[in-house]
Design a protein around this ligand. Sequence first.
Ligand code: SF4
Length: 458
Amino acid sequence: MLPRTDETASCLAEYASQGPRYTSYPPATEFGPLSADRVSQELRRIGRANEPVSLYVHVPFCKSLCAYCGCNVIPTRDENRGVAYTDQLATEMTLVAGHLLAAKVVEIALGGGSPNFLAPRTLRTLMGSIERYFAVAPDARRSIELDPRRTTSSQIETLGDLHFTSISLGVQDFAENVQDAIRRHQSVIQTRWLVERCRAAGIEDVNIDMVYGLPLQTEASFTTTLDAVIDLAPDRVALFGYAHLPDKLPHQRLVEKAGRVLDRFERASLLLLAIERFTKAGYLHLGLDHFARPGSALAIAAAEQRMARTFQGYVEHRADNVIGIGTSAISSTSRMFWQNHTLLPQWEAAIDARHLPVRRGFILDRDDRVRRELIERLMCDGTVDLTALGRRYDVDTETYFAGELHNLTALGELAAYDRVNHQITTTPMGKLLVRNVCMVFDRYFNAGTERPQFSSTI
Ligand code: SF4
């Protein structure tokens, strides 16, 4: 483990830059025009091949907008909008399921926004539609994101009845002044109640999301938050660096008004503090920013180098095909990505016209597929075997990536290439800046003259 010193934090801050999070390769910023017909073809291919599918359903509504939020959210207090939206989700499901035939759904994930914006009865309707239109495997894993400020007892009972086994809940920070700055107030008591009730309802896997880099966070206040989170005994924790992109997300100006957004040195110091605290409490530090209890599904997957990276972060399992339903949802297969309309009226219009609501996408060529696997393995395992990769894609990887391997030497403190074993491996410092290492292999990032706005890599 890296020593938690000012020198380490300075070094991390110096190497850090701005770049993609690599929840996909290529990143969604590269998506372009793609026809609904091309998506239909791909869905039919999956159906004919009878390949397994993970289903992701996006619920965009939240009762209020948190000032730091980077998700595709529609703030509203009108619960009827959830009912109407669920009806339209069912229509989208019929459009998708017609192509997928008997392809097995092995995983169902509800994300948002806040899926618990939906009342218990609407949640049952939604899950009923999924069961009706898709061939759901009896042991399909079911997970949901919950907003602890708005989750009710009857919702938790409903989740238990519907066989959800995994929840992800946002904490971000428990300090009151930080919560004022981000306009999201949530107590430890409220959060503990939710964790305990979910466990009592049979939900075994509890993930907590936290954020570092927010205004007014200090080492002392963050230590208190970390200790409170550790006390809740989650199975895993995802600790994200705050992505402050006010030009893209104007509501984040409210965050700036409340206090100075932390600089890279301060961010690095908080990250090192969190690593120290979680590892001392017995958690394993996995991938870039996840922590898991030893013996948990994610920790086992990491040890067996099976962990995957998706738009939801690190997961222990991902089917080759993730099919997204709902506004802004992204689908990914071995050959392509596509994203639904991000604006609700456009998505609704496509559904009303009985068209797949495709907004944009990306078809992967062989080069994309090789780089996609290389980047995913670096992000998940911190190491990649170029010989094995080359064998899978019939490529002499050492020659193919000669330029990139040369450029890697400039990142000597972050990664090394073992020419005997043909292995790229990140250093302990490179593990925290693995996005910078991946950027070396990102054809689009390196070709771009006008780069889109990305968040800080630390
Ligand atoms: S609850 Fe989550 S998704 Fe909703 S506004 Fe807050 S941060 Fe965004």
